[in-house]
Design a protein around this ligand. Structure first.
Ligand code: ADP
Length: 520
């Protein structure tokens, strides 16, 4: 099976959130399934699809389980992305509905990443901009053209390759033009039209609406006539992609169940429900090499399960860095994330006065909508000894917070999976989470399950509920001792690695997608 991913983010070239982490780690992990020594043990032969109702499907026999290498990741070359000197650069002529001649020349920049091949689409008018998706005025109006160009360029590159592609793994709305184009513009090209599509939804909140005017950048008038019903005002890329894909998944079983309901589906619930067994959830893994307190170079001291002396040193270093008293034992609560209403920074701000009264200190790191932390910023201005709000994208500081904080906060209103809580647990920092989506699937409340708990779970995205969970967490932290050490240890002991399960689930799903494509 030849597998090709298309995504708007992939670490370390482009990341605003978990999507970047996941695409990088997943590409590497599924490519590793192609290693001869791995196939016998690692490829799960039958059970694939962990949905809310349990296993939802079977991997077919008769489709090769062997993932060919290299696995490709197509990605835009955004501003500031540096490439290795030995990268291969090839001009590529790409159909472009907005170009006067109907085509635009872009560059394909290819190189080996750790375990897979990166294929950057380099076209400065589209991608050399301040942001990936938008600037201070909001989303770029020509995102349909930009991500359409990414997908067309990827398909053109695949047409030129010496091997046909079996699976196109499309991540989020930015990659969905690829399946629309497969069915419309490339229907007569078996190399593309025979490819199975697996569509992964990393966040239902972003659906990629294009008005008819914006669609003109994505498709020609003839193609638009095939894609959009007469009278419709435009097209929702995610919905159209979901309907055309062979298989659709989201990134945790819990969120997969939630998005089938109107409360979480954001209008997509009936579309997903119609897919039946072609929709499910696969829990994201975590790259346990990239995220490892035993080797993390951003930390002032490393540590591992069984010896947390280094974590105490990381705590002191973090507190000093933030201007807090490093000798104060009272709990430090860390929170990292995109500044978006989803993440619940506002809930933390409302809980903050009470938390400070009870001796907590708070560090928040994030970028995005600054309004989300305006209250917290005001509190930080008055209490710089106890609250730090850092508004930048800082990979190193993020790592120092995961390691140096005593507790990690994730009060998300909804959470497709979440990498933050997994990283925190791996770094020995118990997580306080809202019981939703992937958070509910990954964190066990220690008061409810004293022998299995890894954190503190609350039921409603409300200030009072968050505060109650923080109080329980702070009381456990204050009590310390063996119970606290055991709580940390259980979190650190979890094997989140892609190899431990999710990579195999994707590989088996790819086989199922190939088989479904053959039936169509
Ligand atoms: P989401 O995908 O919704 O953004 P996740 O928890 O799945 O949330 O992933 C967030 C990822 O982005 C984590 O690796 C987190 O450390 C990282 N991250 C988010 N904001 C920042 C920031 N301001 N600086 C550094 N890393 C960040």
């Amino acid at each position: 099976m030849r597998v090709v991913c298309i995504s708007a983010e992939c670490e370390p070239w482009a990341k605003t959130g978990g999507l970047g982490d996941v695409v990088d780690a997943l590409a590497r992990a599924v490519a590793a399934i192609g290693e001869p020594e791995a196939t016998a043990q690692q490829v799960v032969q039958s059970q694939v699809w962990v949905g809310t109702g349990g296993v939802m499907g079977q991997a077919p026999s008769g489709v090769s389980a062997h993932v060919e290498r290299p696995v490709d990741v197509f990605l835009p070359r955004y501003r500031g992305v540096s490439v290795p000197e030995d990268a291969k650069v090839t001009p590529l002529v790409v159909p472009d509905p907005l170009a006067p001649e109907g085509v635009t020349e872009v560059s394909l920049v290819e190189f080996e990443a750790r375990g897979y091949r990166v294929r950057l689409i380099d076209h400065p008018p589209a991608f050399d901009r301040e942001g990936y998706y938008g600037g201070i005025d909001g989303d770029y109006a020509d995102n349909g053209w930009r991500f359409g160009l990414l997908c067309r360029a990827a398909l053109e590159a695949l047409l030129d390759d010496d091997r046909p592609v079996d699976v196109l793994h499309l991540h989020d709305w930015q990659a969905m033009p690829a399946v629309l184009l497969r069915d419309v513009a490339y229907a007569a090209y078996p190399r593309i039209s025979s490819a199975a599509v697996m569509a992964t939804i990393h966040n239902m909140a972003y659906q990629g609406w294009l008005s008819r005017e914006q669609l003109a950048g994505l498709a020609t008038p003839d193609e638009i006539a095939e894609l959009v019903a007469p009278g419709a005002e435009g097209l929702l890329l995610l919905r159209e992609g979901i309907q055309r894909a062979e298989l659709v998944n989201t990134v945790s079983p819990g969120y997969a169940g939630e998005v089938l309901t109107p409360a979480f589906g954001m209008g997509m619930d009936p579309v997903l429900a119609r897919l039946g067994h072609r929709f499910g959830g696969i829990l994201n893994g975590l790259d346990t090499v990239v995220w490892d307190p035993a080797t993390d170079e951003a930390l002032s001291a490393t540590y591992s399960r069984g010896d947390l002396a280094g974590k105490a040193q990381c705590r002191r270093a973090l507190l000093t860095e933030l201007g807090f008293d490093p000798d104060d034992d009272r709990p430090v609560l860390g929170m990292i994330g995109r500044l978006d209403p989803q993440k619940g920074f506002d809930l933390l701000a409302r809980a903050a006065p009470a938390l400070l009264d009870e001796g907590a200190r708070i560090v928040a790191l994030g970028t995005g909508d600054r309004k989300q932390v305006s209250k917290l910023r005001a509190i930080a201005a008055k209490r710089p000894d106890a609250v730090a709000v850092v508004e930048k994208f800082d990979r190193g500081l993020a790592r120092r917070i995961y390691a140096g904080a005593d507790l990690y906060l994730m009060p998300s209103r909804f959470e497709p999976c979440g990498q933050g809580q997994m990283i925190a647990l791996r770094y020995g920092t118990p997580a306080i989470v809202h019981r939703t989506g992937g958070l509910a699937d990954t964190v066990v409340d220690v008061d409810a399950y004293p022998d299995e708990g890894t954190g503190f779970v609350f039921a409603a995205p409300k200030t009072a509920a968050l505060l109650e969970a923080c109080r329980r967490a702070m009381s456990h932290h204050h009590a310390g001792g063996e119970a606290w050490a055991a709580l940390q240890d259980r979190g650190m002991a979890i094997d989140w690695s892609w190899e431990a399960g999710p990579a195999e689930q994707y590989a088996a799903s790819y086989r199922r997608a190939v088989s479904l494509r053959r039936e169509r």
